[in-house]
Write a protein that binds this ligand. Structure first.
Ligand code: PLP
Length: 375
């Protein structure tokens, strides 16, 4: 089966992890801070906190921005459930902004409409979490301008998007947000097995995130002098730490990120050319941005989607659908009966086809032939 996404692991990656296994520190050693420094350098952000998943990263990002019981958080319904779940974990009330059909990203015009309505009834969101679907940045400058007008915080869910750029700035720079979150799950752009990161330009937010990562425990600014063994708990935090083994893999993977993303773009350009020739639609990337192409999504007739999907699976193509709208999940439907027309319509048409660093040209052409035949 050719999967829709897959990691690339070299001998160097393996050696770097093996070296950790033979060292003194399996956790809380030098490699997590090194990985964090490398992520900061790569994205151009000031501070990075590595954690054990993007879900944890979202959770403590929201907490650091003071999201608590009954605060309102808006995100996109076309995302992995973690983006909104993490807000529910803070006790927040979640609502969804509909998408733009051609990019699958949060629609700025829908966001603006919803903000105008929310202001009328005094229910403006405290935080908005745009999701950079497939690796393409959302319209961050416009979302940022709305945040200034309506007074909300921004967390970018860039789980798909490390290696991409927007207005010639790397995703993660946080030019237009308070915090950006990354994922290092094996299907994503670079991997640490499981893992994630919280990026910010604010020292205050970074301090809070680092406190929440380790139980809310501090070793400085103590309230009493007990002795060298003494630490204090100042907040209710978690154990969301990344291990040294994961960080070693992350550092090693980050050395190759530009190759990973370049190859994904090479495959995407080939798909675009062939799909344009065959007049088959697909998710578009806007002019002023570079996608990391975590996903390549084609659009088919909604009546034929299931058949095409199953036939692609039957010939060994591990296609997927990203995503079933979050507001239609049974758990969310219990909360409210949402209608988000663009998300619901687009969901019926999408299929994610294989795209990853080690996908061969032959396999890419096999994918195209299958689509053209089944279309
Ligand atoms: C993968 C993903 C997450 C969660 O990442 P984990 O590292 O698996 O916790 C969150 N949001 C989006 C959009 C994702 O694709």
């Amino acid at each position: 089966m050719i999967p829709y996404g897959k990691q690339s692991i070299t001998e160097e990656d393996i050696k770097s992890v093996e070296k950790v296994l033979r060292s003194d520190f399996l956790t809380q050693g030098p490699l997590v801070p090194l990985f964090e420094k490398r992520i900061s350098e790569y994205t151009g952000v000031k501070y990075t906190t590595a954690v054990n998943s993007a879900t944890s990263a979202l959770h403590i990002a929201y907490l650091a921005l003071d999201i608590k019981k009954n605060d309102i958080v808006w995100t996109s319904p076309i995302t992995f459930v973690a983006t909104s779940n993490a807000a529910l974990m803070c006790g927040a009330i979640v609502d969804f902004v509909d998408i733009e059909e051609n990019t699958l990203n949060m629609s700025v015009s829908e966001l603006e409409k919803k903000l105008i309505d929310a202001k009328e009834i005094n229910k403006l969101p405290k935080l908005v979490a745009p999701v950079h679907m497939c690796g393409q940045s959302c319209d961050m400058e416009q979302i940022y301008n709305l945040s200034k007008k309506y007074g909300f915080k921004i967390v970018e869910d860039a789980s798909h998007a490390i290696g991409g750029s927007y207005q010639n700035l790397k995703v993660g720079s946080c030019k237009y947000s308070d915090i950006t979150v990354l994922s290092f799950h094996p299907v994503k752009i670079i991997t640490t097995g499981e893992g994630g990161a919280v990026l910010t330009n604010s020292k205050e937010l970074d301090d809070k995130v680092k406190l929440l990562r380790t139980h809310g425990i501090v070793r400085e600014n103590l309230t009493r002098d007990e002795g060298p063994w003494y630490y204090e708990q100042h907040e209710l935090g978690y154990n969301y730490r990344m291990t040294e083994l994961q960080a070693a893999l992350g550092v090693s993977q980050l050395d190759r990120i530009d190759d990973f993303v370049a190859r994904r773009n090479e495959i995407a350009n080939y798909y675009v050319q062939k799909l344009d020739e065959a007049k088959i639609p697909y998710v578009r990337v806007k002019e002023d941005r570079y996608s990391s192409y975590h996903l390549f999504v084609i659009k088919v007739d909604s009546n034929k989607r299931r058949k095409i999907f199953e036939e692609m699976r039957s010939i060994g193509l591990g296609v997927q659908v990203h995503y079933f709208p979050v507001h239609k999940q049974p758990y969310y439907k219990k909360m409210k009966d949402w209608t988000l027309p663009a998300s619901e319509k687009t969901y019926q048409e999408i299929i994610s086809i294989p795209i990853f660093y080690t996908l061969s040209n032959e396999d890419a052409s096999f994918v195209i032939d299958a689509i053209k035949r089944l279309w």
